[in-house]
Each structure stands twice: as C-alpha cells, then as structure tokens.
Write a protein that binds this ligand. Structure first.
Ligand code: GAP
Length: 448
C-alpha cells in the first residue's frame, strides 16, 4: 500500500472521511467527513478563527450566502476567465487537465517538475503533438480547449422564471462586495481585514488524490484592505505570519516552501501570487495562496454595481480604491497536510502525532476492568469532569489496555487515562503519552 492508500484506509476505518454516497456506488470527488473528521475540521476552523480574527484588533469576520447575485461573478472576472485548459481522450472521452497531463509526461521523462499551468492553448497543443503525448489509456488527445470552473445553478420556483446563478468559486467575493458595509458598520480604518470560512465549489476537470482536489471544499480566507503603497510590506508580513501559524500547528518548516507563480500561472485577478507548498509523499503541492490582488476586485465591483467603493483617509483626506492582499487556505487540504504529516508507522503501532489542539479527542478514559463497578463509576466521574471542562473525551472499556492504547494512537488521542485499583486508594490515575508511550501517575485534580 502506498501512503495515500494507507491514509485513505485509516480515514475510512476510523471514521474520519468517507466517500460520499457510498451505498449508491459513491460520487466522484465528493467526501463526507465522519465523526472524527468533523471534530478535526472544527478544531482547525476554531484555531484559524482565533488566530486570524479574534487575536487581531483590525480583522473582523463574515458569514455570507453561498449563492449571490450572478453579476458578482461577472464583475469578478470568473465568468470570463476562471477556466482551465482541458484535453479529451478521443476514444473514450475521458477529460484531463492539459497542464497536468503534459507535466506528468515530462516529469516521467526527465525526472524533474514541469509546470505547464498558464500556457496558451496553442502552446499546449504544440507540446502534445511534438512529443506525441497520449492519454493514460494510450489514446490520442483532442486539441486543448478552455473549460470554465464555475458551478452553475438554476434557481427560482417557476420553470420559466428560473435564473442561472453560480455556487461561489471562492469565498472572498462576498468579502469584496460587502467591503463598504463592513467598513461603515464596524468603523474600520485601513489597514483592516475581513475573514470568512466557508464552502466553495469548482467544476474541476481532474480530482484527487483522495480529497486533495475536490469539486466542493472549504476555504479559510482573509482579505486585507491596504493603501497601495503599503501592499508590498503587508504581503511580506503575511508570508511570515502564514508560515509561523503552520509551524505552530506542528508542521516542520523543512516540509514547507514558498513558491512565486510566474505571470502565466497567475489567476486573472493576481498581480503577485505566492504558493505555500507542502512536501507530500507524492511531491511538493500547493495548499495555500498569498496573493496581491491590487484594486482589481473593488474597482470591478464599483464599476459593475455603480457603487462608489473609494476610501477616504480620515487623517489626510486622500481618496483611493483600497488594494487587497489576500490569505487563502483550503481547510480540507490543510487537514490532509496535517494527516500526512502526523502519520507515523512504528514497530507495533500506527500513530497520528497530531497537535493536541487538532486531535479529535484530547483524552481517552479507561476503567481498567469493565466488570468492576467501582472502577467504572470512578472513570465515569473523571470522564464527566473533563467533558465539563470543555474537552472532547473518548471512552473505552473493551479488551486489554495495550490494545486500547494502540486504538487511540491511531486516531491521534494525545493522552490516555487509566483508572485502576490504586485510584480508589490515592486519587491518582495512570496517564500515558501518545508520542513517547511513557506512563506516569498523576493526581486526578491535576488533570485538564
Ligand atoms: N481566493 C483565492 C483563491 O481561491 P486559490 O489558489 O484558487 O485562491 C485557495 O484557492 C486555496 O483553496 C488553495 O490553496 C487550496 O488549498 C484550496 N482549493 C482550491 N481549489 C481546491 C479544490 N478543488 N479542492 C480542494 N481545495 C481547493
């Protein structure tokens, strides 16, 4: 089994992630997060919100509608430009992203990364023809053409009055069209930020591996409104802040790198785009973007809506359209990074060495024997106390203690607490550390 198969299998077996609609044969590129996956996502969301909203006096939150006025996506440029180049296997009509299929071909041939993202349709066709690049099934490929990633929805109650709208392709557009409402209602002064966590949707041509690329995913985004002359400085600050936060979650710095996109790769709205990449077993992959979007979004929304979105500096009186520096990270993709990073195989056990604040459970409580009511009652009391203190706590009274430890190691529970006969005498328990497997005795009132 390769690393992706191992993580996929653990996620299913232990209730982290399931293929969506499995009993109907599954639904491509959609995943449901099971009980432990839901806990992990919630922990990451909470940590992110605490860091990027609660701890920042100049950043506030937003929770917007997923379906907005269709003009939003015309103004943002997505209707016209949010597209990938696609090629089709001419025999079985399977579709592929042209840059991926070319990249994979050259990587195999030369053993080096090859980035064809952003090449023109002509350039892609020439590379495919000159190198006789075939589909994974060995068939000829069609000419490259653009494929828009926005997901359309038909909305309304009367058939003939239905409007075509779009599921949001990025969570930040509502942050832009709400810019003036937030600024005025919260009396925000530049530089200030608006953050949002929520679902985004893209009609991706190629999906996977596992839930790395899906058609429905969650983003955590923060848009910082700045004076144009301050943009470079804010971008530099954001880069080190972004890395520091990832390192605080336990991701080693040597498995992270920043990569500047060249102008061909950049999305239509970006002047500067820096990817944050993680070294997965399947190569360096982007999981976060730091972007300098200039005044693209606010100017376009001002133009398309006819609303003045200028900012007037309260001290100098200068009037200008604020520029935007963006922090954007995929919640699900970050979860995948954290799972890959935490997965360790040791001689007798598999351990998820997740940061305690991210692990689904903080503690597991075990009565040594389940047929001794005095042990079970005492363990229940400790369990309830920890839950009351706000921790998510697992309970296990099956089988031998060693097996219970291994079972908790595999889902990343940092601490296991065993209630034994000594507990009844001296109010102490055994606490066992997940990473070192070492055990010590602790007084019950020292827990939590
Ligand atoms: N607002 C800017 C923006 O959306 P992006 O680079 O297209 O920028 C930001 O997306 C992040 O969203 C990515 O770094 C990735 O983590 C996540 N993301 C994008 N497309 C995704 C997909 N199809 N599946 C899972 N996550 C995705």
């Amino acid at each position: 089994m390769d690393a992706v198969q191992k993580i996929t299998s653990l996620c299913k077996r232990r209730g982290f992630v399931f293929q969506s609609s499995e009993i109907y044969g599954g639904w491509e590129a959609a995943y449901d997060f099971g009980p432990l996956g839901a806990e992990m996502l919630r922990n990451i969301r909470n940590l992110w919100w605490k860091e990027f909203v609660h701890k920042q006096p100049n950043i506030v939150g937003l929770d917007s509608a997923i379906i907005s006025h269709p003009r939003v996506w015309e103004a943002s440029g997505h209707v016209e430009s949010f597209a990938d180049a696609m090629v089709e296997d001419i025999k079985n009509n399977k579709r592929y992203r042209a840059d991926h299929i070319i990249g994979e071909y050259f990587e195999k041939k030369n053993g080096e990364e090859f980035n064809a993202d952003g090449m023109s349709l002509e350039e892609l066709d020439i590379l495919i023809a000159e190198n006789n690049i075939l589909s994974p099934d060995g068939n000829k490929l069609s000419k490259a053409r653009k494929f828009n990633s926005l997901v359309e929805v038909s909305i309304g109650t009367l058939e003939d009055a239905k409007a075509t709208a779009y599921l949001r392709g990025e969570t930040c557009q509502p942050i832009f069209y709400n810019y003036a409402l937030v600024r005025d209602s919260m009396r925000m002064k530049i530089p200030f930020g608006i953050a949002q966590i929520g679902k985004a949707f893209r009609n991706e041509i190629k999906v996977g591996p596992f839930f790395f690329r899906t058609r429905e995913f969650e983003q955590m985004e923060m848009e910082l409104y700045v004076h144009p002359s301050d943009a470079e400085n804010q971008m530099a600050k954001l880069k080190s802040w972004a890395i520091d936060w990832l390192v605080s979650l336990g991701i080693p710095e040597d498995k992270l790198r920043l990569r500047d996109q060249d102008f061909k790769e950049r999305a239509h709205y970006n002047k500067i785009a820096t990817d944050v990449e993680y070294r997965f077993p399947f190569g360096w992959k982007e999981f976060q973007g730091l972007h300098y979007r200039s005044d693209w979004d606010l100017s376009r929304h001002a133009e398309f809506s006819g609303t003045n979105l200028d900012y007037t500096d309260p001290v100098t009186g200068e009037k200008y359209v604020p520029h935007v520096v963006e922090y954007s990270i995929g919640l699900n993709r970050l979860m995948l990074v954290l799972l890959f990073d935490a997965y360790v195989e040791e001689e007798e056990r598999v351990v998820l060495k997740l940061h305690p604040d991210i692990a689904p459970y903080r503690y597991a409580v075990f009565p040594l024997l389940k047929n001794k009511p005095e042990l079970v009652d005492k363990a229940r009391l400790i369990y309830n106390t920890l839950v009351t203190k706000g921790y998510n706590v697992a309970w296990d009274d099956r089988g031998n203690i060693g097996k219970r430890y291994y079972s908790q190691d595999e889902i990343g529970t940092p601490y296991c607490i065993t209630v034994d006969f000594q507990t009844l005498e001296d109010e102490t328990v055994t606490i066992r550390d997940r990473d070192t497997a070492s055990q010590r005795r602790l007084r019950i009132d020292e827990l939590g």
